[in-house]
Design a protein around this ligand. Structure first.
Ligand code: ADP
Ligand code: MG
Length: 501
């Protein structure tokens, strides 16, 4: 199926081509024709599956650009408001459809001016309710969209939403989009939708199969070491580390910074300006790692996040789904990695069941494995490197005093110097131990999983072959391209060791 199979107007089709979309996603395939036929819909699909375009394209195709507000999109957070309105702006530009973004924490004046010129308003519930109740704006949208409806209810916006609907025309087409369908959402749907059609992308389709989901079992006190080791091993392009609390975000920011990583925290208490600057830096690569709370990172759409880490397991399956949806976006692959303590094994099993996807358990790599990995990266990089004239001259100069093999050894040592992997060798539990604990946790539902502590450390058989066979090659090794992290910063790891234990 192609986008041209839909009855969308030419200027919208042109915008789709510009956006580089070739094939509609499952939720787009189902929702777009229904919306074009004028139905109310309630649509469930996982994050990252293209819900914005699923409602944006058809409603904008039906708009007249007559200078009135024809579409209203309500979203849970400021970040989402900006993101969705950016995307809708691009879809509507060629059709002469302007977009206004409305959220709290900024002056009213400019927003109101924008709304007066806009065809589409993208708003957060609080500010929108203010504007409507105070009579500062009067709008009669034909299309009303509740985007990320489950998150809005989670954030406690139910009253605002109900109130907002009292200001909206009865004659309207209402579309509700949500990643999950808890009871509250269905109840709200009954109240605001009119004979809706349901679009539900089944679990296997809606679970983003581009995301590999892994978990590692560690003791409570090992979380920091495990995180650093995994980041060293996975070498993410960009990643988000999720914490449950703001306090934890602050602590981890300090910790990771001390380890030499380029990190920044993102939480709800930050000033809006500061959040925007931080998010931009993350998108543009000035920051590699975001450490965030659930609320702060909701809906965040950064296309090249390669890894999501759950420093702590989230409280519920829905948060888990939202968190991991920050990676594997726009057709790219991603990894979602969760650290769990033995006591949390039952929770992770429940999440696995709820999301309907396989969560694979793995063992935290040893120092040697990280070093071997870096050696492989370095070898690949060397193979790709082009010889420069400066390099030839440098080698010529060195050859006055040294033979070529010695020069090669010295240069290789120089490149590897900074990337020696520190920390203790074995972190977390071995596979057999994990299996045993899972078995026990699932049998004896009331009992804790802590009993297996300190047993089975020598039981990490699944990994010994891999590490051992490569011994001869690189006792220690490294990769030159850990761009942006200073060697000095990494060196502080040993110093910090004492205080962490
Ligand atoms: P959701 O709201 O379901 O979480 P988004 O609407 O934010 O997902 O879309 C996620 C990303 O996928 C966005 O960057 C968007 O531009 C991109 N995208 C959406 N639809 C398509 C498509 N048909 N083909 C390629 N990329 C798409
Ligand atoms: Mg969305």
């Amino acid at each position: 199926m192609k986008f041209t199979d839909f009855n969308l107007k030419d200027t919208i089709q042109a915008a789709i081509t510009d956006a580089g979309f070739t094939e509609p996603s499952p939720v787009q395939k189902d929702a777009i024709p229904l919306i074009l036929e004028g139905h109310d819909i309630i649509a469930q699909a996982q994050t990252g599956t293209g819900k914005t375009a699923a409602f944006g394209l058809p409603i904008m195709s039906m708009m007249k650009a007559d200078g009135s507000v024809e579409g209203l999109v309500i979203v849970p957070t400021r970040e989402l408001a900006m993101q969705v309105s950016d995307e809708l702006f691009r879809f509507g530009q060629k059709s002469g459809l302007k977009t206004a973004t409305v959220y709290g924490g900024t002056p009213y004046g400019k927003q109101i001016d924008r709304i007066k010129q806009a065809s589409v308003v993208v708003a957060t519930p609080g500010r929108l309710q203010d504007l409507l109740m105070s009579g500062k704006i009067k709008i009669n949208p034909k299309f009303v969209v509740l985007d990320e409806a489950d998150e809005m209810l989670d954030m406690g916006f139910l009253d605002e939403i109900k109130n907002i609907f009292t200001f909206l025309p009865k004659e309207r087409q209402t579309l509700m989009f949500s990643a999950t369908m808890p009871k509250g959402i269905r109840k709200l749907a009954e109240q605001i939708l009119n004979s809706p059609k349901t679009v539900s992308i089944t679990k296997s389709e809606s679970t983003n199969t581009n995301i590999t989901q892994l978990y590692y079992v560690v003791q409570e006190r090992e979380r920091d070491d495990a995180l650093v080791r995994l980041i060293d091993y996975k070498n993410p392009n960009k990643c988000i580390i999720f914490c449950r609390m703001k306090k934890e975000v602050d602590r981890l920011v300090a910790h990771m910074t001390a380890q030499g990583f380029k990190v920044s925290g993102l939480h709800g208490d930050m000033e809006q300006k500061q959040r925007e600057v931080t998010i931009r830096a993350f998108k543009q690569g000035g920051i590699d790692i975001f450490i965030a709370t659930d609320v702060a990172a909701r809906g965040l759409d950064v296309n090249d996040v390669t890894h999501v880490f759950n420093y702590h397991i989230p409280f519920d399956s829905e948060s888990y789904v939202h968190r991991i949806g920050r990676t594997g976006r726009a057709g790219k692959t991603g990894e979602a990695i969760t650290l769990v303590s033995p006591n949390e094994l039952r929770t992770i099993k429940r999440i696995e069941k709820d999301v309907g996807a396989k969560l694979v358990t793995q063992v935290i790599p040893t120092r040697m494995e990280v070093q071997n990995n870096r050696a492989d990266e370095l070898i690949a990089k060397i193979a790709e490197t082009k010889v420069t004239e400066n390099a030839i001259n440098l080698v010529k100069t060195l050859q006055h005093d040294l033979d070529i093999v010695t020069i090669a050894h010295l240069l290789a040592s120089l490149v590897q110097e900074e990337s020696f992997v520190k920390g203790k060798d074995n972190i977390g539990l071995g596979l057999e131990e994990i299996e045993l604990l899972i078995e026990r946790a699932m049998q004896n539902r009331g009992g804790g999983g802590g009993g297996g502590r300190n047993r089975g450390r020598n039981n990490r058989g699944s990994r010994s072959g891999g590490g051992g066979s490569r011994h001869g090659r690189n006792g220690r090794s490294g990769g030159g391209d850990r761009g942006g992290r200073s060697g000095g910063g990494r060196d502080s790891r040993n110093g910090g060791q004492g205080s962490r234990n």
